[in-house]
Write a protein that binds this ligand. Structure first.
Ligand SMILES: Cc1cc2nc3c(=O)[nH]c(=O)nc-3n(C[C@H](O)[C@H](O)[C@H](O)COP(=O)(O)OP(=O)(O)OC[C@H]3O[C@@H](n4cnc5c(N)ncnc54)[C@H](O)[C@@H]3O)c2cc1C
Length: 422
C-alpha cells in the first residue's frame, strides 16, 4: 500500500488541536522518513529538532559532504584574530549518537520528486516522505567579470567558511607593508547583509596592528548597506583614513578583476592590489535548481511551514529560500528550521503544531569590545514571513553598552552552536 499524503494531511490538521503525544502515521514502509540536505544552520537544526521532538518516531537522514562544518558566523571574528579556526568548527557525532540521526557524508546530486528519492554522488538513492533542503548559497556565474571558481585561490570569496577563510587570512598576514586589501562587495540579496562590512572592520583591526600603513578599498554596487551609519561611524573612530568605499555613483557597480595580474578595474580605472576578496552575486544552492524548486535564483516557500511553493513535500530553509522579510543569516535559518521541524513533526506524527514565530539578530564587531546589532521579530502571513518589529544599535552608545553587545553575541554563538550540534 502506498502512503497517501492527502489522507494523512487531512487527519493531521483535524488532530492538531488534540495535543496528543507523538504517534506514527501509518506509512507502509514503517516510520515516516525525512531527508535533510545540508548540515548547516538550517539543516542541522531541522534534523536535530525533528529527531528530538518526534522521540524516534521519524527516521531522519542528514546528508552533508563535510565532516566538520565551519560556521560563517564568527568567521570574520576569526579573521580579526579574536578566535581560532577550531573554535568555529563543529562535527556531527552527537547528532548521530544522541538522536539516532543517520548522518551520511556525501553530496546530494539528484531529487526525483515523483518517486520521492534523493540520489547521492556515491550512487545510492534514498526514499523520503518529506525532504528538507538547506544548502546555503552558490555564486552566479559571470557576476564579477574576470572571476570564476577557478580564481578562488588567487582571489578568495571566503563566503563559505573553512579553507577559504584560512586562505584569506594568510593572504592578509602576508601583505606587503603599505599594501592594498580590496573587496568586491555583492549586490542584494545576499548571505549576511552586514557580513562584508564586519569583515572590513576585522581586516582593519588586524592591519592596524601588523601593517598600519595598509589601505582597504571596497568596490560596492549598492547605494547603501546594513548598519551603514554605525559602521562608518566606527571606521572613522577606529581606522581613520584606512578604508575607502566606492559606491555605484563612482563606478562600484562596474568592476572587473584580473587575478593573474592582481588588478581590480573600477569603472575603467586600474588599481594594483595585494589581496582581493571577491564576493560575487548569489543564488540558492545548486541542489535547489536540480530539485526544480527555484524561481530562477531563489526557492519560494510558504511562511507557516517553509514548504516549497513548487512541492509541498519539500521544505527549503535558510539562505536558499525566498521567504519574505528575514535577512539571510544563521539566526534566521535556525529560526526557520524550528518552525519547519514542528510542521513536519506535526504532519507526520499527528502531534501539536503552534503558530509560526521567527526572530533574528545580526551582531557585528567593529573593533575590540565595540559590538553593534540589528534585529527583528516576524510572523507568518499568507504571503510571506513578515516583520512585526525591530531594533538597531545607535551611534554614540557608551563603551559599556557596546562591550555588552559584543558579549551578547558570544553567548548567542554558544547557544546556536548547541542548538545545531549538541
Ligand atoms: C562572513 C560571514 C559572516 C556571517 N556572520 C553571521 C552572523 O554573525 N550571524 C548570523 O546569523 N549569520 C551570519 N552569517 C550568515 C550565515 O552563515 C548563513 O546565513 C547561514 O549559514 C545559512 O544557513 P544555511 O543552512 O542556509 O546554509 P549553510 O549554513 O551554509 O549550510 C549549508 C550546508 O549545505 C551543504 N550542502 C550544500 N549543497 C549540498 C548538497 N548538494 N548535498 C549535501 N549538502 C550540501 C554545505 O556543505 C553546507 O554545510 C555570516 C555569513 C558570512 C559569509
Amino acid at each position: 500500500m502506498k502512503f497517501n499524503r492527502r489522507a494523512f494531511m487531512g487527519t493531521s490538521v483535524a488532530a492538531t488541536a488534540a495535543m496528543s503525544a507523538p504517534m506514527v502515521m501509518g506509512a507502509a514502509h514503517g516510520k515516516p522518513r525525512v531527508i535533510v540536505i545540508g548540515g548547516g544552520a538550517g539543516g542541522a537544526t531541522a534534523a536535530r529538532y525533528i529527531a528530538k521532538d518526534s522521540e524516534g518516531a521519524i527516521d531522519v537522514t542528514l546528508i552533508e559532504p563535510t565532516r566538520v562544518y565551519y560556521t560563517c558566523f564568527f568567521s570574520n571574528i576569526y579573521l580579526g584574530g579574536f578566535r581560532d579556526l577550531a573554535s568555529i568548527g563543529h562535527s556531527y557525532g552527537t547528532l548521530a549518537a544522541k538522536y539516532g540521526i543517520n548522518v551520511v557524508h556525501d553530496w546530494a546530486v539528484g531529487v526525483d520528486r515523483d518517486a520521492k528519492t534523493v540520489t547521492l554522488a556515491g550512487g545510492s538513492s534514498l526514499p523520503y516522505d518529506r525532504l528538507v533542503i538547506s544548502p546555503g548559497i552558490d555564486f552566479i556565474d559571470g557576476a564579477v567579470p574576470g572571476w570564476d571558481l577557478s580564481s578562488q585561490n588567487k582571489m578568495p570569496h571566503a563566503y563559505k567558511a573553512g579553507s577559504q577563510t584560512e586562505l584569506l587570512k594568510a593572504q592578509i598576514m602576508a601583505m606587503p607593508q603599505g599594501g592594498t586589501f580590496a573587496m568586491v562587495a555583492p549586490p542584494n540579496p545576499f548571505r549576511c547583509p552586514p557580513g562584508p562590512y564586519e569583515r572590513v572592520s576585522m581586516v582593519a583591526h588586524l592591519l592596524k596592528d601588523i601593517n598600519p600603513t595598509a589601505k582597504i578599498l571596497i568596490a560596492d554596487p549598492k547605494e547603501k548597506f546594513s548598519k551603514q551609519g554605525l559602521f562608518e561611524d566606527g571606521w572613522s573612530t577606529h581606522y581613520d583614513g584606512m578604508i575607502e568605499r566606492i559606491g555605484p555613483d563612482f563606478g562600484g557597480n562596474n568592476v572587473e578583476v584580473r587575478p593573474d595580474a592582481m588588478e581590480l578595474v573600477i569603472d575603467g580605472e586600474v588599481e594594483k592590489i595585494d589581496v582581493c576578496n571577491v564576493i560575487p552575486a548569489m543564488k540558492s544552492g545548486r541542489i535547489c535548481e536540480i530539485a526544480g524548486v527555484t524561481d530562477g535564483n531563489w526557492a519560494p516557500v510558504h511562511a507557516a511551514t517553509m514548504a516549497s511553493k513548487a512541492d509541498e513535500n519539500i521544505h527549503v530553509l535558510g539562505d536558499s529560500s525566498a521567504q519574505g522579510d528575514m535577512p539571510k543569516s544563521g539566526f534566521s535559518a535556525n529560526s526557520q528550521a524550528k518552525v519547519c521541524a514542528m510542521a513536519i513533526r506535526g504532519a507526520l506524527t499527528d502531534s501539536p503544531v503552534f503558530p509560526a514565530k521567527f526572530s533574528n539578530t545580526c551582531w557585528s564587531l567593529i573593533e575590540t569590545d565595540d559590538g553593534i546589532k540589528v534585529g527583528a521579530s516576524y510572523e507568518a502571513t499568507e504571503e510571506k514571513i513578515a516583520k512585526t518589529d525591530g531594533f538597531i544599535s545607535k551611534t554614540g552608545e557608551d563603551a559599556a553598552l557596546r562591550k555588552a553587545t559584543y558579549e551578547e553575541s558570544v553567548g548567542w554563538y554558544s547557544g546556536i552552536a548547541a542548538d545545531m550540534f549538541s
